[in-house]
Write a protein of this length. Structure first.
Length: 128
């Protein structure tokens, strides 16, 4: 994931990204920044990398979705300009995230995805 983001022009600024709100601290896998020269502005993201390697991808999604919503909620209060993305392998995206039921959950919860070709270490898709 780190290499794919770097190849796409992102600078990793935290690995992991510690998110603190009130008495709670959690950690997303990383934070990255990319400067967009035309806009003279930087885009900042938090990335939670999910492997989906257990016997139950639904259970993996339950866990990933909970983390994502917590990180997004805390960051909306502490760092509102940073967008949260869930990074997944292209194989997982094609086999599991294309299921209609999963697409519904992703859309309802407004999950932003980064899809990675792990063999070539490149980003193949951003979803919003």
């Amino acid at each position: 994931m780190r290499n794919a983001l770097s190849k796409d022009g992102w600078i990793i600024t935290s690995d992991p990204l510690r998110i603190r709100y009130e008495e709670i601290q959690v950690s997303a896998d990383m934070a990255a920044t990319k400067l967009f020269a035309a806009e003279q502005d930087a885009r900042r993201i938090a990335v939670e990398v999910k492997s989906f390697i257990s016997l139950s991808p639904v259970r993996d999604l339950e866990t990933a979705l909970g983390q994502y919503i917590i990180y997004r909620g805390f960051l909306s209060l502490t760092d509102p300009d940073r967008q949260v993305y869930m990074a997944i392998r292209e194989e997982v995206f094609n086999a599991f995230f294309q299921l209609k039921a999963i697409q519904t959950i992703i859309k309802q919860n407004q999950i932003l995805l980064i899809v990675i070709d792990t063999t070539n270490e490149v980003i193949v898709q951003w979803t919003s």
